[in-house]
Design a protein around this ligand. Structure first.
Ligand SMILES: *[C@@H]1O[C@H](CO)[C@@H](O)[C@H](O)[C@H]1NC(C)=O
Length: 243
């Protein structure tokens, strides 16, 4: 019995540590999340990227993304991310809390990297829908870091907005069939983030005209590199929606 338990544990640990994704659209299960490479803008540059699942524990996940990209400095090359399998399908009006924690660091970076470290939250009129699809109404980004002078979609409509204990610049603009609202940290990198996302939802409903009948369809968390090279390590990340 003991032997069986040990063997199972070893097998799981070995699978997790061997999990390096290299292909353009490779994904792998990562506990209560899915880890995806998502090199959607690969053709606008030259380079490579990989993502490695480090560990999972309960609703917490740890992973690493290494990337190096050249050319077209204003084009996003990819969005390696984890997608929550459970924090979705809830109307904004029904969200009691949406706690999230994200502890990350650049283990290495070339000089002058252009990249963000960000949440990408998708909402729409129906409970389910793929990110960046015909079902999307809003794309809500939260940039915990934006290096090298990069900018979100649209234009800056507000500075110094206080939400969830941090100060943000708010950017807004259309993309395809949805609106993008991006909160960009006004105070530089936030490497230990621990907030209730309901604060952002409430602000958007009360101050930016987002309907509380919108459903959260997906919460993704990761990095958008433009140019340079870096190793981004997430020590621990979690998100949940309580209704
Ligand atoms: C991961 O990507 C980095 C940067 O592109 C590269 O240096 C490294 O060799 C890659 N590792 C694997 C296992 O592909």
């Amino acid at each position: 019995m003991h032997f069986t338990t040990l063997a199972t544990f070893v097998a799981v640990a070995a699978t997790a540590s061997a999990q390096t994704l290299t292909g353009q659209y490779d994904c792998a299960p990562a506990g209560t999340y899915q880890l995806c490479q998502n090199l959607w803008g690969k053709s606008s540059g030259v380079g490579s990227q990989n993502s490695t699942l480090i560990s999972t524990s309960g609703n917490t996940v740890s992973w690493r993304t290494q990337w190096q990209w050249q050319n077209n400095p204003n084009n996003v090359k990819s969005y390696a991310n984890v997608l929550s399998n459970s924090a979705k399908g809830v109307q904004l009006s029904k969200v009691k809390s949406a706690p999230t924690t994200w502890s990350w660091e650049y283990e290495s970076q070339s000089s002058g990297i252009r990249a963000d470290v960000s949440y990408d939250i998708w909402t729409g009129n129906s409970p389910s829908g793929q990110p960046a699809s015909s079902a999307s109404s809003y794309e809500i980004m939260i940039w915990l870091s934006g290096l090298g002078g990069i900018q979100p979609v649209g234009s800056k409509i507000l500075s110094g907005v206080s939400v969830a204990g941090h100060t943000w610049d708010l950017w807004k603009g259309p993309n395809s069939n949805w609106q993008v609202l991006s909160f960009v940290s006004s105070t530089g990198d936030i490497t230990d983030f621990n907030v209730d996302l309901k604060n952002f939802f409430d602000y958007l409903v009360q101050s930016q005209g987002v309907s509380s009948s919108q459903y959260v369809q997906a919460i993704q968390t990761g990095t958008e590199p433009f140019t340079g090279s870096a190793s981004l390590f997430t020590k621990s990340y979690s998100v949940a929606i309580n209704q």
